[in-house]
Design a protein around this ligand. Structure first.
Ligand SMILES: [Zn+2]
Length: 146
């Protein structure tokens, strides 16, 4: 597995929770995470409205500003299966599942790298969205504009 940027990847967790709360479409089914810019794809029936973009940015930045601890613990697969969709975990995941928590805001099974506190993300921006064949793509960056 190639190295994933911990800040961007932690932003993906927060964004997924924010998207699911606002749009009710679940977490992204595909993500491309890089240090400078990232994108997540969601199954969603229509393009994102401008007020949705603003609301999602505000929600992710609210969670960043709370400086929530990012922690993980292990759960038996049988317990995790009842709470989470485990489809995106690597196939070699065994009978114990690592669950990553962003404070009490989000919990998600994940084997990737994360930062220890949300405040380290500084600032979140959606840089673009598009919609194609029932797939909503969100592009995002971290950090303040130069
Ligand atoms: Zn993760």
């Amino acid at each position: 597995m190639k190295t994933v940027d911990p800040r961007m990847h932690t932003a993906e967790h927060i964004l997924n929770q924010a998207v699911d709360r606002r749009l009710g479409c679940g977490r992204c089914f595909s993500a491309h995470i890089e240090r400078r810019k990232s994108k997540c794809d969601y199954r969603y029936p229509h393009p994102l409205a401008a007020d949705d973009v603003a609301a999602l940015e505000a929600e992710v930045n609210r969670v960043i500003a709370l400086d929530l601890p990012v922690t993980w613990h292990l759960e038996p697969r049988s317990a995790a299966e009842s709470r989470f969709d485990l489809a995106r975990l690597p196939a070699e995941t065994g009978e114990t599942v690592r669950v990553v928590c962003v404070g009490d805001y989000d919990a998600c099974p994940c084997a990737g790298p994360h930062v220890t506190r949300t405040g380290l993300l500084e600032h979140f921006r959606i840089t673009g969205t598009d919609h194609h064949d029932g797939v909503l793509r969100l592009r995002f960056k971290l950090g303040f504009p130069a």
